[in-house]
Each structure stands twice: as C-alpha cells, then as structure tokens.
Design a protein. Structure first.
Length: 407
C-alpha cells in the first residue's frame, strides 16, 4: 500500500485542500485532487452538489494519488439523486436529495481504491437530529425516525383553520360554535384534520367561498359527533362520521324557486328537511329511492306548489302545503303522508282569514278554490279565484245566482 510520509516528521502528507466548493451540474462531473496546480472541479473538504436530473454520475479521482484517510463531505442540495462513483465508474454511494455523506478512502493500492461512507440524515447536517428537523404537521421524531402523530387541541371559541391545523384533532368544548375551513385551493389535495363535538351545542363546519362539504354549503355536528375531514383540493368530504344516537336527527335547509331539485345522498341523509324561498313556479323535490322517514317543512312564499317524489313511474307523491310540516314515509318508490294511515278527530281548526286567489281553506292542485273570511262575521266561497257566494250576519248573497235547482 502506497503512503506519503514526511521524512522529517514521519507524518502522513495530504494533498493541498480546497475548503469548500459548490457544483450545479447537468451532466457527469469528473473531480480532481487539488494537486499539480489543478484549479477547477477539485475535491474540496465540503462540497454542495445540485443535479438538474436523475442518473448523473460524480467521479472521484484516482485513489493512487492520495493517502488512506483522505475524506470529504458531500451534500446533495438539489431535488434529484446522483451517483458517487470511482474513477472507473464503480459505485461508492447514491446520494439522495437533501442528504449528506461523509466519505473516506480506506485502501489506495488500486486506481479505484476502497471507500467507506457515513450517511447523514439531511442537508442540515448531523446524523442524530435529522428526523427532528424533518418532522412536520402530523409527524414526530422518535429515536431518529419519523412517526405518525395526531396533536389533540381543545377549543372554546370559533376557529378559522389554516395549514397549521393539518393532521390535528380538534375537540370542541363549548356551546354553539363554528370551525371555518381553510381554502381548499390553498391547503391542497391531501390536507385533513379530525374533529369531535365534545361541547354542549351544535358545531358547524363551514367551507370558504363556494366550496362544499359532502355536497352541502355546510354541515352541523351534534353533541358527541366526530369525523375526519379531508379535501381533494377543490371541496371537502368527511368519513367515519360517528353520530350520537341521542342526537340522530340533522337538518337540511334548501332554498328553492322553481323547477326540479334532485337531492344528493348527503342532503337526503337529513331526516328534517326545510324548503325556503320566494317561488316563481311549482317545485318538485326528488328524493333517493330508499326507505326513509322525513319531516318536511314548506317555508316558501307565493302561490305555487311543492311536491316530494321519487320519480318512479306510477308511484305516489306528496304535496306539502305552504306554512305546513308533514311527516312523510318513502318505501323506496312511493311517498306517503305518515298521518294519513290512522283515523283521528280534531276538536277545532283555526284558519287565517285568507284572500282572493289564496283562500285559507283550499285544495291540492287548486289553491284558488275554497273558503275565506273577507271581514269579521263573514265567510265567502271562491271558485278559481272568483267569489261565488258571501255569507254575512244579514244574509247570503250568491253573486251569479243559482242554477240547476229551485231556491
């Protein structure tokens, strides 16, 4: 084995060294020892190397030109791995992105020599603390390895989430509250968090802008409900939605104007349905063809109908009058008024006075025909919006007389 010894001191001689060098490479890099006046592409004590693509080789110089123990620290500061090889192209190591390696010569008896390496965990240097440096949201360092971790935090006031809440377990511990979700376009596909309503009131999960959660503008978690919330970078979804049996009913409020509205599975999963809005035409609500019980409230205005149907040919549907709430049953095809299956008696019915074209007592599909009270002590009968008869304390008036019989 060749050695280089100082004849005066007996110590090993090393070639001249360059303290630091930086190389940005787009093709193979052939290094030289800093001897005999070499001034470019030399082996420095510390080298930062960035490759522009995968598969690039970095060649070490001849092992015959230096003593054993010759060493260097090589840091890959780029986005691509590169191969560290001997002068003949034999692999010494693959230096991965954000990785650093300390290599040293153990045998210099051949051109390629023998090399050993110590791998550091990251370009920050230091083998023991790299996992700590790399640990981010949802990760923690244990014995120099990265491990999954869900940080649990308790909240008592409304919260607007951001990147720092990634992989967090949010526990709501107050009354009525709201978590405003971050912009899905900003946090990106794969952002997620977990939530539990451990408070005493409902907790609303509210997306920003026009983004939806489970196809809705917002969802409400009742007491003791919990779920995981994820985004695809555009909208939000939940899975593992655990609902407390004591608070199983949820509400879907939908604004309608005219035409057909086909409920999404997420919307139809709400037992309580309320429809609001100023109608400009008749409205048809299409529910999924599943067995379900619904409480449906018609809070719309203007003189149009609201029908609930499955749209199965030949099936029955239900019309829900305005300012009324009906319990209805779907058998998968037909819709039934849940109250129509039992006999009952009513002691008294109190109606609003009503008005022409909108009598307080009217008929399905003919809401302009019926009874109203124009003034105190008076009752009128309407047909198609026209007053046909008026009954007052002084007598009865038949506007168009009597036909088809003897009075």
């Amino acid at each position: 084995m060749t050695s280089y010894i100082n004849p005066f001191t007996g110590q090993t001689l090393s070639p001249s060294q360059v303290g630091y060098a930086e190389y940005n490479i787009d093709s193979d890099l052939v290094l030289q020892w800093a001897v005999n006046g070499n001034t470019s592409e030399v082996v420095a004590n510390i080298m930062d190397i960035s490759a522009s693509t995968d598969g690039i080789n970095v060649f070490m110089p001849s092992a015959l030109q230096v003593s054993v123990g010759q060493s260097t620290v090589i840091r890959n500061v780029g986005a691509f791995d590169f191969n560290l090889v001997t002068i003949d192209g034999l692999e010494i190591s693959v230096v991965s992105s954000i990785e650093a390696e300390y290599i040293y010569l153990t045998d210099n008896s051949t051109l390629n020599g023998q090399w050993a390496s110590i791998q550091f965990g990251g370009t920050g240097g230091g083998s023991g603390g790299d996992s700590t440096r790399l640990a981010g949201y949802g990760l923690k360092s244990i014995l120099n390895t990265l491990n999954q971790a869900y940080l649990t935090r308790e909240y008592f006031t409304n919260l607007t989430l951001d990147q720092t809440n990634r992989a967090e377990f949010l526990v709501w511990s107050s009354g009525v509250g709201q978590y405003t979700l971050p912009n899905a376009l900003v946090v990106g596909n794969d952002y997620f968090f977990m939530v539990r309503n451990n408070g005493t009131g409902p907790l609303t999960l509210q997306p920003t802008q026009t983004q939806l959660i489970n196809g809705q503008s917002s969802i409400t978690l009742q007491q003791q409900d919990s779920c995981t919330v994820v985004t695809d970078g555009l909208n939000w979804y939940t899975f593992g939605l655990g609902q407390n049996a004591l608070f199983a009913f949820t509400l879907n409020v939908l604004n309608v104007t005219a035409g057909e509205y086909i409920l999404t599975p997420a919307q139809a999963s709400n037992v309580i349905q309320e429809y609001q809005g100023t109608l400009t035409g008749n409205v048809t609500i299409v529910i999924p063809q599943i067995v379900q019980l619904y409480s449906i409230k018609n809070s719309t205005t203007e003189n149009y109908t609201l029908e609930v149907t499955t749209q199965v040919p030949g099936s029955s549907s239900v019309f829900v009058p305005q300012a009324n709430t009906l319990l209805v049953i779907c058998d998968g095809q037909n819709i039934y008024n849940a109250n129509s299956g039992a006999l009952s008696s009513i002691d008294r019915i109190t109606l609003a006075p009503g008005q022409n074209n909108d009598p307080s007592l009217n008929y399905q599909n003919d809401t302009a025909t019926g009874l109203l009270s124009p003034a105190t002590g008076e009752m009128a009968m309407l047909s198609n919006g026209t007053q046909m008869a008026l009954f007052t304390p002084t007598g009865a008036t038949f506007v168009f007389g009597i036909s088809g019989g003897v009075f």
